[in-house]
Write a new protein. Structure first.
Length: 271
């Protein structure tokens, strides 16, 4: 049985990393889990004691010391996260969160994903709803003459992108590396296009691996940088980073029921 939730919950506020008022919305809560919408600009966790972060806000709300972090979102990214309220649930949810990445690694390991796993959409069927956590993002991207045909192709079918990503820790930025570069990791995602308007497109993106800044780097490398991305894109000043973890699905760690949550990106009216 599927439990479905959309844009409902309790608002809680705190001071974010940028010094402003940051908001989280509790979408769902029971004895085992907590599903939360994180506003852009709020860090999931920070060592800076002078700033509030999502974890500290949730611990204050729960009045309990334990909170299991299952997955994260970058500070400028808004969207959905699930947290565990018990160690047992944290372990089960973490296994689900890692499930797609492990299967993706098995398929990709020696360049086999294109031919075997993804060719006919098989990867999705193997992982979705069978123990793997599903995280779907929405992103507004900028198009140029090179990427416009790719966005059009995405209206007809799912498009897959595969790159090797490296990471420069001195700048905290990722980059597309040459195959075989030491420390580089294979990254894979797919997208389909929801709409195209002039030089922008709205995409729905599915991750098969979880790399540092993966969506931002891979889309920029495909000449489709995210609107409002000041690190990897054009960085339009009037826009926030147009990336949202819009849909989250997983199996409840105790009941086994499939649960799905979704939100609408706050930046959507701006693009």
């Amino acid at each position: 049985m599927l439990a479905f939730f959309k844009d409902r919950g309790e608002d809680c506020s705190g001071v974010g990393e940028d010094g402003g008022n940051s908001v989280m919305k509790i979408q769902y809560e029971d004895r085992e889990i907590l599903v939360v919408y994180k506003e852009a600009g709020l860090a999931v966790q920070t060592a800076r004691t002078s700033r509030k972060d999502l974890v500290s806000m949730l611990k204050n709300y729960l009045s309990q010391p334990y909170l299991g972090i299952v997955h994260r979102l970058d500070q400028p990214v808004e969207g959905l996260l699930v947290f565990a309220k018990t160690p047992q649930s944290a372990a089960k949810l973490s296994e689900q969160a890692a499930g797609k990445d492990k299967k993706g690694e098995q398929a990709v390991g020696k360049g086999k994903m294109d031919k075997q796993a993804v060719g006919k959409g098989k990867l999705d069927k193997q992982t979705a709803g069978k123990g793997g956590m599903e995280k779907i993002y929405q992103a507004a991207v900028c198009l140029d003459p090179v990427s416009y045909p790719l966005a059009v192709e995405g209206m007809k079918k799912e498009v897959f992108l595969e790159d090797c990503l490296g990471r420069d820790r001195s700048t905290n930025m990722a980059y597309v590396a040459a195959p075989g570069e030491q420390g580089a990791k294979l990254a894979r995602l797919s997208f389909h296009t929801i709409w195209i308007r002039d030089s922008r497109a709205l995409l729905e993106i599915r991750l098969y691996t979880g790399r540092h800044h993966q969506i931002r780097v891979q889309m920029a490398h495909a000449s489709m940088p995210l609107a409002g991305d000041r690190k990897y894109g054009k960085g339009e000043e009037e826009l926030p980073l147009c990336l949202c973890a819009a849909r989250l699905a997983f199996l409840h760690p105790v009941t086994g029921r499939k649960m799905e949550f979704c939100v609408t990106p706050s930046w959507l009216p701006l693009v």
